[in-house]
Structure formats: structure tokens, C-alpha cells
Design a protein around this ligand. Structure first.
Ligand code: PHE
Length: 470
């Protein structure tokens, strides 16, 4: 047997519970809110192809690496990296991967909670009938009223952060995970119904073509302005964003999956679990795209509308379909649950670290992490109103955009690169061999090749390209 450690933070009761929890972490706002809006901004099909390639060639192999490290170390990501580096005779500096993950986690949580707050607000708006009969214009106005009000955003941001902290503090994954394992399939079915609505009422052909017809000349172009008369410039940014999103959507590169991997039972197959998680995550994102873009085009909206995209398009569907008030309310409730089961995993690495190295109890650790992320979140709240102007921007980005860019497009891929390098070079081959326990040698060899060469070189090329080296 490869190792007999158990985690002091508890263990998942079975492989299925681990897979459900990790799907809960992966499927969230990234799939339903972020994927459609960045796909709209970065031009559709070609962006989607790059994103899918990144999932397959970089995301899946690195997810396997993160889980195997987590299970081997059985501690918080910072402690796990330190412990394994010591055991493998590598430099203690590898634990920096864990620290950078904690920082990235704070950055992500501090805007994730604000966007989840929008979903919370929409639960009540939809239930109260505010969406009934809305048009593209009134839906946009409704959204503008919400984001224009710092007070409302602060309230919902605070509510969501409290929800997250409460669950993390109790350390009960069971409660939420059990709920999520019922709610996620329901969300999936509801997305299918939404796609059905888009087929009937939306411009499905155009939405489908936008998502899946790849115009590769646009992979290195970023266009702004109205779709009819766009202004385009040459840049590596879309590829960087597609790669960053592959990390974000699979919760990779910051230790969330490593932390969850620490609680995996010894004999679970890491490869099988990873494929299930990645397929589920990708399916939800593509369905969300198929539900949204047909409505975008049928209603004459801009695909490049930005972070408000789903909050301006889905209400049109809910406001005009039979039973939409009820259905829409359900949808936003489920979106909140999807976000909730992700946000607890974003906080986990920091909390587990305070517990296993500083001897904190779980509850105060969770409250401290929640409070800090909440404070940092104020900058995200203000980014949509008081601080939206250019005088408050850094490098032409609001605080919200800056935190998202730094975490998703820089820190997560960098974390992933280091994880691949540690597994591929910093540790002995037999460590991975034992943990993965892949019976077919060829399959292991293929993964080994990818983790040592394909993923790291891929990430490096995208980075170098985006800073203009070539
Ligand atoms: N994967 C989550 C989503 O798509 C976000 C997340 C990022 C969760 C990083 C954990 C770590 O919504």
C-alpha cells in the first residue's frame, strides 16, 4: 500500500462522495456565469476550441496531479507540499505553491461572493415577479439598478460570505454535499430545459454557430465595440484567458483540489474520478452557452456584454415563458447552491492550513478567512459603481477585473505549472506511479509524458506569448 496516513481534517466516506464534492467545487459560477460571458467577449468558437484543448491537455492531467499530491500528503496544500518536498528530497521552497494558492483563493473568493450575491438578489427578484414580461432593455435596466447600488451589493455579498463561512466553520461537508448531490442533477436538467427553450424561442442556429464554428483568425484578436462594426487588435490575450478559465472552472492551480484530494480514501481511482469531474464540468458550461447565446441573438443583445451577460439574457427567457416565475426562481436558487459548493472549496486551503500548522480550531479559522475575503470583496462591490471610473482603474482594469485577471490568468496557471513540475521532476516517478495505480502501463506513460512536457510547455508558451515574447 502506498500510504496509510489519514487526514486530521477528516476523510470522505467514499469515492462517490469525493467525486460529488469535487464536482460541487468545479461546477459553479465559472460554468454558468463566466464561461458564457468570456466566450462572448473573446469571439466564440475559436475561443471554445482553445478552452477545450486546455481542459484536455492541461486541466485533466494537472487535476490528476493535484489529487495524487493531496492524497499522498493528507494535509493542507501548504503542509502537503512541504511534507512531500521533504520526503522526496526536494527544496522546501515547493511549499510556496501552497502559499500562492492561499493568496489566489482570497482574490477569487473576494469577487466570487459578490457575483454569487447577484444570483441571490435574482432569486428574490424573480420570485417577486420583477422579471415578468421583461424585454432586453428592461432586463438590462434591472441589472444596472442592482449593480449600481453599493448598498444592495454589500448586503448580498455579506449574506453569501456568511453562508460560505458557516459551512466551512462546521467542517460539515456532509450537510451541504448531500444537498448538492441532489441539486446538481436538478440544475443539469433545468439547463437542458433552458436549452429546449432556446431551441424553440431563440436564434438557436446562430447561437450554436457562435459557440462551435471556429474562426481561428480570431484566436489572436480581441475585438471591442458593436458586433457589426468591431474594432480588433492583435493580442495573445484570448488564449491566455481560455487557459486561465480551464484552471478556474476545474478549480485547479490553487490547492482546492489538493485539499479535497487529502480526504480521498486510499483505494479510489484518481483517473476515473478526474475524467468524471472534467466531463461533468465541461458539459454544464457548454449547456449554459447553448441556453444563453440563442437568446442573446434573438433579443438583439451583444454577446460581448461582459459580466452581466447571463443576468441580462436569462431573465428574458424566464420573464416570457409559461411558468417562468417559478422556473426562474428555481434556477437562481440552484445557481446559488452551485456557487456555494464552490466557494467552500476556495476557502478550504487557507482554513486547513490555519488548522494543521497554527493549531487553530476550525471555526475561528473559517471566520477569519471569511472576514478577510469579505473585506477584500468591498473593492469588488465598488468596482461596479463608485469605483467603476477610469480614475480608479489600474492597468485599465477595475479592481474586480484586476483580481480576476491576476488570480485566474496568472496565479492559477502558474500554480498548475509548478504542480506539474513538482510531480514530473521534483518527486520520484514511483510516487505518481503508486498513487495513480494505473494498471495499464501505456496509459500511465502517456500521462507522465503530458505532465512532464506537454502541460508545462503549453502553459509556458501561452504565458510567453501573452507578454509578447512571440
Ligand atoms: N471552479 C469554480 C467555478 O467554476 C471556481 C473555483 C475556482 C473553485 C478555484 C475553487 C477554486 O465556479
Amino acid at each position: 500500500m502506498s500510504n496509510q496516513r489519514v487526514s486530521m481534517h477528516g476523510m470522505w466516506s467514499s469515492r462517490t462522495v469525493f467525486v460529488m464534492a469535487t464536482i460541487g467545487s468545479a461546477v459553479g459560477l465559472g460554468n454558468i456565469w463566466k464561461f458564457p460571458y468570456i466566450t462572448g467577449q473573446y469571439g466564440g468558437g475559436a475561443f471554445v476550441v482553445v478552452y477545450l484543448l486546455c481542459i484536455a491537455l492541461i486541466g485533466i492531467p494537472i487535476m490528476m496531479a493535484e489529487i495524487l499530491l493531496g492524497r499522498r500528503g493528507r494535509a493542507s496544500p501548504i503542509s502537503t507540499m512541504g511534507r512531500l518536498a521533504r520526503e522526496e528530497g526536494s527544496s522546501p521552497a515547493w511549499s510556496l505553491v501552497g502559499y500562492s494558492g492561499v493568496v489566489a483563493g482570497f482574490l477569487i473568493l473576494s469577487f466570487y461572493s459578490v457575483i454569487a450575491g447577484w444570483a441571490l438578489a435574482y432569486v428574490f427578484q424573480t420570485a417577486g415577479g420583477a422579471l415578468n414580461g421583461v424585454t432586453g432593455e428592461s432586463a438590462a435596466r434591472l441589472f444596472g439598478d442592482l449593480t449600481g447600488s453599493p448598498v444592495q451589493l454589500m448586503i448580498w455579498h455579506s449574506v453569501f460570505m456568511l453562508m460560505t463561512t458557516m459551512v466551512v466553520a462546521r467542517g460539515v461537508r456532509q450537510g451541504l454535499e448531500r444537498a448538492v448531490s441532489v441539486l446538481m442533477p436538478v440544475l443539469f436538467v433545468m439547463l437542458l430545459v433552458m436549452v429546449g427553450y432556446a431551441v424553440v424561442e431563440g436564434d438557436f442556429a446562430r447561437g450554436f454557430a457562435f459557440l462551435f464554428e471556429a474562426d481561428f483568425s480570431r484566436v489572436f484578436q480581441l475585438c471591442t465595440g458593436p458586433a457589426a462594426t468591431p474594432e480588433c487588435r492583435f493580442t495573445g490575450e484570448p488564449v491566455l484567458v481560455a487557459m486561465g478559465h480551464a484552471f478556474f472552472t476545474l478549480s485547479l492551480g490553487m490547492g482546492a483540489i489538493m485539499a479535497y484530494g487529502a480526504y480521498v480514501p486510499e483505494h479510489a481511482s484518481i483517473t476515473g474520478a478526474t475524467i468524471t469531474i472534467a466531463v461533468a464540468d465541461t458539459a454544464v458550461a457548454l449547456l449554459a452557452g447553448l441556453a444563453i447565446f440563442p437568446i442573446v441573438f434573438a433579443s438583439g443583445l451583444e454577446p460581448a456584454a461582459g459580466p452581466g451577460l447571463i443576468f441580462q439574457t436569462l431573465p428574458i427567457a424566464f420573464g416570457n415563458m409559461p411558468g417562468g416565475q417559478w422556473f426562474g426562481t428555481m434556477f437562481f436558487v440552484l445557481l446559488v447552491f452551485a456557487a456555494w459548493s464552490s466557494s467552500i472549496s476556495i476557502a478550504e486551503p487557507a482554513v486547513a492550513w490555519l488548522v494543521d500548522t497554527r493549531n487553530w480550531r476550525r471555526a475561528p479559522a473559517a471566520w477569519l478567512v471569511g472576514a478577510l475575503a469579505w473585506l477584500l470583496g468591498i473593492a469588488s462591490v465598488l468596482s461596479f459603481n463608485i469605483w467603476s471610473g477610469e480614475e480608479y482603474q489600474v492597468f485599465g482594469k477595475t479592481f474586480f477585473e484586476l483580481k480576476d485577471f491576476l488570480a485566474s490568468n496568472v496565479m492559477l496557471p502558474l500554480g498548475g505549472l509548478l504542480i506539474a513540475l513538482f510531480v514530473g521532476y521534483g518527486a520520484a516517478r514511483h510516487m505518481a506511479l503508486e498513487e495513480l495505480a494505473i494498471s495499464r502501463q501505456r496509459l500511465f506513460d502517456a500521462w507522465w509524458l503530458v505532465i512532464r512536457y506537454v502541460s508545462p510547455i503549453g502553459i509556458a508558451i501561452v504565458f510567453l506569448n501573452s507578454v509578447g515574447v512571440f
